[in-house]
Design a binder for this molecule. Structure first.
Ligand code: C5P
Length: 400
């Protein structure tokens, strides 16, 4: 969700300013551009050089920097970002924001911006609890400003209570939530993807040819429509989708546990090629040749059917459950039977006979089967199948 987005980070003058270095790093890891602005007090706590080095950008500090002002710098700066984060938001900055005071670059930007603003308060407990700060907080929230934290705990000043700046992952989560928009913005969707690996012994396993490409593309298309996506994946060769919660697993049993842990969800797309069987008792040592030509015998046990289990949940079943049917013959008949057997809402059926080149390839030809229709889609790229499927999901789960 932060990928390709631009964050204007206003760093206030408090001891927690050092945490901004990590915040910048993590925002950039998520693919965001971070343009830093520091108040004069902030540069007493962290150096503009460190901030600039981590952001890979110039640090803006002065309102009357001629170069920038000649181009109406502060107005442009405040509008170019997708989101403004103020961290740490000191009592002083909050007071100025609540009063609409624009005496320096940071406060002027905050007045001029037309973008969402997220403040991350950090200050001494008494300052936070002071009626003036609480009044300002109420005013700011009334003005539509989002707030994350403060946390309760030990403070740098030796006191204990609310006032610690929120941790970086919490700030990133809050920022992601604000920037999420699209018809699925308030929806959580679970996607399984990739093959599973079922161990024979510590060095050998049973697998299948799934690349995870279709699952990755679906997760990506759902993120693009604003969904919060939990992506549970086996060892896939396709790149991981950006902007999802990624949970990596190996076996079907691990995938089942990860899916259960990721619920509740509004929708679930089971695109993983889960192994139907596992080796009943995988050896904990490498199986050796016996030297006499004897062959090992593997006994199999059935894996849990994740799609069927989730489809048939009595409590907490996602509103929309979608399965896949990779078949090599009589595709529609098999898929329709599967829809009933598993209890899901739609089955995305495809022909994976070797001659189609679909398994591991970049294209797919699918039929989307529901209780009352079989919708045949022409052959298209897996990305297009994903976008079309995400659009169809948004028709059911989206806000219109
Ligand atoms: O029964 P079959 O494996 O053909 O069903 C395919 C569908 O069921 C896919 O959506 C797959 O992700 C899901 N599945 C599952 N758990 C299993 C086997 C299949 O979720 N153990």
């Amino acid at each position: 969700m932060l990928h390709g987005r631009s964050v204007l980070l206003v760093i206030g003058g408090g001891i927690a300013a050092f945490k901004c270095l990590d915040l910048i790093r993590r925002l950039r890891e998520q693919g965001a551009r971070v343009v830093p602005v520091m108040t004069r007090a902030a540069s007493e706590f962290v150096t503009p050089l460190s901030v600039s080095a981590l952001a890979g950008e110039k640090v803006f500090q002065e309102l009357f920097d001629l170069d920038d002002e000649a181009e109406m710098g502060h107005i442009q700066l405040s509008r170019a970002a997708d989101l403004v984060i103020v961290a740490p938001a000191t009592a002083d900055l909050m007071a100025k924001m609540a009063q609409g005071i624009g005496g320096d670059l940071a406060t002027t930007l905050l007045l001029a911006t037309d973008k969402p603003v997220l403040i991350v308060p950090a200050m001494n407990v008494k300052m936070w609890e002071h009626p003036a700060t609480q009044r300002n907080l109420e005013t700011l929230q009334g003005d539509g400003i989002a707030v994350v934290g403060p946390d309760v705990g030990n403070m740098a000043c030796g006191e204990v209570g609310p006032g610690r700046m929120a941790e970086v992952p919490t700030i990133i989560e809050a920022a992601t939530d604000i920037l999420r928009n699209g018809p699925l913005a308030r929806r959580h969707i679970l996607v399984t993807s990739g093959p599973t690996h079922e161990p024979i012994d510590p060095v050998r396993y049973i697998a299948n040819r799934s690349s995870g490409a279709q699952g990755t593309a679906i997760a990506q298309a759902l993120v693009a429509l604003g969904a919060r996506v939990s992506f549970v994946t086996g060892p896939a060769s396709a790149p991981m989708p950006a902007g999802c919660d990624i949970i990596q697993v190996e076996t079907a049993a691990e995938m089942m546990a990860a899916v259960q842990a990721a619920l509740p969800a509004d929708g679930a797309v089971f695109a993983a090629a889960v192994a139907d069987w596992r080796v009943a008792s995988a050896s904990d040592r490498k199986i050796k040749k016996d030297g006499k030509g004897g062959l090992p015998v593997l006994e199999f046990a059935e894996n849990p059917d994740i799609l069927a289990t989730v489809s048939q949940l009595e409590k907490g079943r996602p509103e929309l459950v979608i399965g896949f049917a990779a078949e090599t013959d009589t595709v529609i008949a098999h898929a329709t039977a599967k829809l009933k057997r598993k209890g899901c809402d739609w089955i995305v059926a495809n022909d994976v006979s070797p001659e189609t080149g679909i398994m591991g390839g970049s294209e797919n030809a699918v039929t989307v089967i529901s209780a009352d229709a079989a919708d045949v889609w022409p052959r298209m790229s897996k990305d297009d199948v994903a976008r079309k499927l995400a659009g169809k999901i948004a028709e059911v789960l989206g806000d219109g």
